[in-house]
Design a protein around this ligand. Structure first.
Ligand code: SF4
Length: 466
C-alpha cells in the first residue's frame, strides 16, 4: 500500500530517436526528463536495422538501465517509455514498449494516453480468437495493426487507429523507421525535434533540452510522422476534428521548462496565478506555494498582488513512494513526511496558500492544519484552476467521481472541510485565458464533465462508482 498523496497522477512519457548511432543512450537520457510522467516502469526498444531488442523493468529510469543493459540496445533507432499505470494492472507484463513479431515484421510501440473503447474492441477481438499478452489497452492497437490486410505499414497503422477512440500519443519502432502519431483530438502532447542529422520525438520538450536537440514543431492532432532514411514524412490518418488538448498538462502535469501545445508551461502557470490574484484577492502578508506544484502560480499571484512570495513550506524531495500499512493514523504522517512548515516565516502571518488543485480535500486540510500549527494567523487558500468535478478517461489516473470533493460539495463546504479562512478557485474563463485558448482547442472535462468523446459504459461505471 502506498501513501495516498491526494493528487491526480501522471500518465506516461514517450520518446524516440531516429538516425543516431547512440539512439538508445539518448533515449535513456531523455527518459530522465520524462520521469515525472511515470515512475512505475521504464523501457527502451532499439533497432540496429536487422532486429529489435527491448528491455523493460519495474522502477525508475536510473534503476532500470545499467551500462550493460544499454550496451545490449545497439542501433540508430530507439523508442522509450516511462509508465504510470492508468489502464491495465501494474506489473511488468504491462510495462512498455510493447514488442511483438507479426506478419509485418518486428514492431515495438509505446503509448501515452488511454483508449475509451478498448474493452469493447478487446472483447470483439477475443471472440475472434485473439490472445492478449497484457491487460493494457495499448495492445488492441497492436492486434489491429497485425491483422490489417494493408500492405504498407502507415496504411496498416491508420486502419488500426481508425478503430480506436481516445487519447494516444504513440511512438512506434520498426527495424528501419520510427513513426510518431498523435490522436485526432491531440489529447496528449508529442513534439518533434532535431539533433544534428537525427530526429527526436518526445512527450515534452524538456527531453530535447537534456540531449541538446532543438524543437522543430508539435506533431499535429491526427498526424503521423515517419522518420527514416528519407528524413521526415508527414501523413494525415484521420479527418480533422475539434482538438481537445488536455488543459491539465498546463495546470499540473507537464514540467514548467517544457513547451506544451505551443506555449511555455511556466508562462501559463504564472498567468494562472496572476488571474487568480485578480479574481480572488486577499488581505495577506505572504504568498506561500504548496511545493512544487503551486510554485509557478504562487509567483504569478505574488507579482500581481504585490504580496511577497515566501517559501513557508519545505518539501522533502527524498521521500518518493512510501510503503506503509494503510491505517489512518499512519497515513496521516504522509503529508508531514513530504512537507514541513517554516515556523519562523509563518508565525503570526496572514497567508495566501497557493496550490494547483484540491482532489479529495484531505491533503489540503492537513496542510492548512500544519500551517496553523506553525503559527499562521489566517490561511487563504487559492487554487489555480476551477473545482475538479469529474474524472478523466484520457490517460490520467483520477479518483472516482464520488471521491472528488468538488463533485458533491460547494466551494463554501470545501472551505469548511479544509478549515481555511477563505477559498478561491480560478474560473474556467481565467484558466482558458491563461493558456491562450481562444478557439476551444482544450479538453476541460474534469472541470465541466463535458467529455469530447463518447465514453463506454464499463469505464463510466468504474469511475462513477461509489
Ligand atoms: S478530463 Fe481533464 S485531465 Fe483528462 S484529458 Fe480532459 S482536461 Fe485533461
Amino acid at each position: 500500500m502506498t501513501v495516498n498523496d491526494d493528487r491526480f497522477h501522471d500518465h506516461c512519457g514517450v520518446i524516440a530517436v531516429y538516425g543516431d548511432p547512440e539512439a538508445a543512450k539518448l533515449t535513456y537520457l531523455g527518459l530522465y526528463s520524462l520521469q515525472h510522467r511515470g515512475q512505475e516502469s521504464a523501457g527502451i526498444s532499439a533497432s540496429d536495422g536487422e532486429r529489435l531488442v527491448t528491455h523493460r523493468a519495474m522502477g525508475h529510469v536510473a534503476e532500470v538501465f545499467t551500462q550493460d543493459v544499454l550496451k545490449s540496445l545497439p542501433g540508430y533507432a530507439a523508442i522509450g517509455h516511462t509508465r504510470y499505470s492508468t489502464a491495465g494492472d501494474t506489473d511488468l507484463l504491462n510495462a512498455q514498449p510493447l514488442a511483438v513479431s507479426c506478419q509485418k515484421g518486428q514492431v515495438a510501440l509505446a503509448h501515452n494516453g488511454n483508449l475509451v473503447n478498448a474493452s469493447a474492441i478487446r472483447r470483439d477481438l477475443e471472440s475472434r480468437g485473439a490472445i492478449f499478452q497484457t491487460t493494457s489497452d495499448t495492445e488492441v492497437i497492436v492486434h489491429y495493426f497485425a491483422r490489417s490486410r494493408q500492405a504498407g505499414v502507415p496504411e496498416a497503422l491508420a486502419e488500426a487507429l481508425d478503430k480506436v477512440v481516445g487519447a494516444y500519443s504513440l511512438v512506434v519502432l520498426f527495424k528501419d523507421s520510427v513513426i510518431g502519431i498523435r490522436d485526432p483530438r491531440g489529447f496528449r502532447p508529442l513534439s518533434l525535434g532535431r539533433l544534428g542529422s537525427a530526429h527526436v520525438l518526445a512527450s515534452e520538450t524538456c527531453a530535447f533540452d537534456l540531449i541538446d536537440a532543438t524543437f522543430v514543431r508539435d506533431v499535429e492532432p491526427g498526424e503521423m510522422v515517419i522518420l527514416n532514411r528519407e528524413g521526415v514524412t508527414s501523413l494525415r490518418f484521420a479527418v480533422p476534428t475539434q482538438p481537445a488538448q488536455c488543459i491539465f498538462e498546463h495546470v499540473y502535469f507537464s514540467r514548467p521548462d517544457s513547451m506544451v501545445f505551443g506555449q511555455s508551461v511556466q508562462t501559463s502557470r504564472e498567468m494562472l496565478g496572476r488571474l487568480l490574484a485578480r479574481e480572488h484577492p486577499a488581505a495577506a502578508d505572504l504568498v506561500v506555494p504548496v511545493p512544487d506544484s503551486g510554485v509557478a502560480a504562487a509567483s504569478g499571484y505574488a507579482e500581481e498582488s504585490g504580496i511577497p512570495l515566501r517559501f513557508g513550506l519545505i518539501r522533502n524531495h527524498y521521500v518518493g513512494r512510501t510503503f506503509i500499512e494503510p491505517s489512518q493514523t499512519i497515513r496521516d504522517f504522509g503529508v508531514k513526511l513530504k512537507l514541513n512548515p517554516v515556523r519562523k516565516l509563518l508565525e503570526g502571518q496572514r497567508v495566501v496558500l497557493v496550490d494547483d488543485s484540491i482532489i479529495r480535500g484531505t491533503t489540503s486540510r492537513k496542510i492548512v492544519r500544519l500551517m496553523r500549527g506553525a503559527g499562521a494567523r489566517e490561511i487563504h487558500m487559492r487554487i489555480s484552476c476551477p473545482p475538479t468535478v469529474s474524472p478523466c478517461f484520457y490517460g490520467i489516473d483520477t479518483p472516482t467521481k464520488k471521491e472528488l470533493i468538488a463533485s458533491s460539495h460547494s466551494v463554501e463546504e470545501i472551505r469548511q472541510f479544509i478549515e481555511a479562512d477563505s477559498l478561491g478557485y480560478l474560473s474556467l474563463e481565467g484558466m482558458r485565458q491563461a493558456v491562450g485558448d481562444t478557439q476551444g482547442r482544450y479538453c476541460l472535462a474534469c472541470y465541466t464533465a463535458n467529455y469530447p468523446t463518447t465514453i463506454q459504459e464499463p469505464l463510466l461505471a468504474l469511475r462513477n462508482r461509489d
